[in-house]
Write a protein that binds this ligand. Structure first.
Ligand SMILES: [Zn+2]
Length: 431
């Protein structure tokens, strides 16, 4: 059994992290300067090696894992992941910090260089500053400060930089999880420093089901629509049922998942697009007058841990079948595009309680326990790695992710690094 540390020891680690503010900023800047844009998966290798080299100098065993055969993997755009592990002085659990190194494209509207890492008014700017290179930098410096403190830490600490989170994580955490990198006995607790705000502990996320619904009609001359059968009118009947039956049902479903923001605390469905009839060609003159023989709609259904993927699908199919009963000649096709299971860690589990306790200690307030409206790599740790004790905790304001002029606050990075260090020491020395 390891005795808990004297409070003075932890105090000195916290002071050390404060003294390393410049290092956190410099590391964030360096990471931002690798334009790891996904797609296509630019600069993964140099970014992974930069991180690996830094950790190797600190006594970590570093391994690079290329996700061969994963979507997008090629010699030009290799999916390179890095996993670094440092063993403690004695046996014990393993705490793993996982960050994705990929970022989304920059888009329009920037007033600073998206890959410049500019520092202004206590913030570091750049694509990925918030999501999530600032969180990665905070976790690295937190762990380095802990190791330098001379605390006799048992167990092991791992830090990984993984790719493709923004496109589903199949070349990153999913690939590694399938090969045992995110399972016991190798790893016990996972912290993903995604930007959920410095005072929140995120225990999971909702599920996703994307599908395309196509209604079918029969083409005819637009001057005699009665000779055809309009797929668009059939789709409007579907939309009517969604409006009057499905949406009220979704809104009435309440979840134990503490999803933020409040509006996402229920089941939701977005209609991403509706396309019906002949294609309109830009600058191509007037379109031909035809009755639409096809209308397609893409739906994005976000579901709760209390719902099953089967029930989510069944609800939509049931709705379509009811339209078919009421409407002559109604025919449809349903094509499933993508699904993700919801994931939620135990809020009373080791990693969530350790992080919440550390937030209380460092920030002097209760941590808000939340779930994310969208998904992140926790799903793969949970579903593939079968490791439940996983949370997201990191600096950065959730709303800024993927926006122009993305930034991360320096004070938030320092505070989150302190929380990470305290939580890690706590987890490693628990019985
Ligand atoms: Zn992210």
């Amino acid at each position: 059994m390891n005795a808990p540390f004297a409070p003075s020891k932890i105090e000195s680690v916290l002071r050390e992290i404060e003294a390393r503010e410049d290092q956190i900023v410099a590391l964030t800047q360096d990471l931002i300067r690798f334009p790891t844009v996904n797609p296509p998966g630019e600069a993964y290798q140099p970014c992974a090696e930069y991180l690996g080299n830094r950790l190797a100098r600190r006594g970590f065993q570093v391994e690079y894992i290329r996700a061969e055969g994963a979507p997008g993997d090629s010699d030009k755009y290799p999916r390179i992941n890095v996993v670094a592990r440092r063993e403690g002085k004695s046996k014990g659990p393993c705490v793993h910090f996982n960050s994705h190194i990929d970022v989304v494209q920059t888009g329009a509207g920037w007033t600073v260089d998206p890959f410049g890492g500019e520092v202004k008014d206590g913030k570091v700017y750049g694509r990925g500053a918030c999501d999530m290179k600032g969180g990665l930098a905070a976790s690295v410096v937190a762990v380095e400060a802990l190791l330098d403190s001379g605390l006799d830490l048992p167990g092991a600490i791992e830090i990984s930089g993984t790719v493709d989170e923004e496109s589903g994580g199949y070349g990153g955490v999913a690939y590694l999880a399938e090969r045992g990198w995110f399972s016991k006995p190798r790893v016990d607790h996972v912290i993903i420093p995604e930007p959920l705000n410095v005072d929140r502990v995120c225990i999971g996320h909702r599920g996703v089901w994307w599908a395309e619904i196509e209604t079918l009609g029969r083409i005819a001359h637009g001057s005699m629509p009665f000779l055809g059968d309009s797929a668009i009118r059939h789709m409007s009947a579907v939309l009517e049922k969604i409006e009057h039956e499905l949406y009220p049902a979704l809104a009435s479903r309440h979840s134990d998942m503490p999803v933020v923001p409040e509006g996402a605390r229920q089941s939701t469905m977005n209609i991403n697009s509706v396309h019906g009839g002949a294609e309109e060609h830009e600058g191509g003159g007037l379109p031909a007058p035809c009755v639409a023989d096809s209308c397609r709609m893409i739906i994005d259904r976000r579901f709760l841990i209390e719902e099953s993927l089967e029930s989510v699908k069944g609800e939509v199919i049931g709705l379509l079948d009811r339209v078919a009963k009421e409407r002559p000649n109604f025919r449809y096709k349903l094509r499933e595009l993508f699904s993700v299971q919801p994931s939620m860690a135990d809020r009373n589990g080791p990693v969530a309680t350790a992080a919440a306790k550390a937030v209380r200690q460092i920030l002097g307030k209760e941590a808000e326990i939340v779930c994310s409206p969208g998904t992140y790599d926790q799903k793969h740790v949970d579903r593939i790695g079968k490791l439940k004790d996983c949370i997201a905790y990191g600096p950065g304001v959730l709303d800024l992710a993927h926006q122009p002029d993305e930034w991360v606050g320096i004070a938030d990075m320092v505070n989150s690094a302190k929380v990470m260090a305290v939580a890690t020491a706590d987890l490693l020395t628990r019985e």
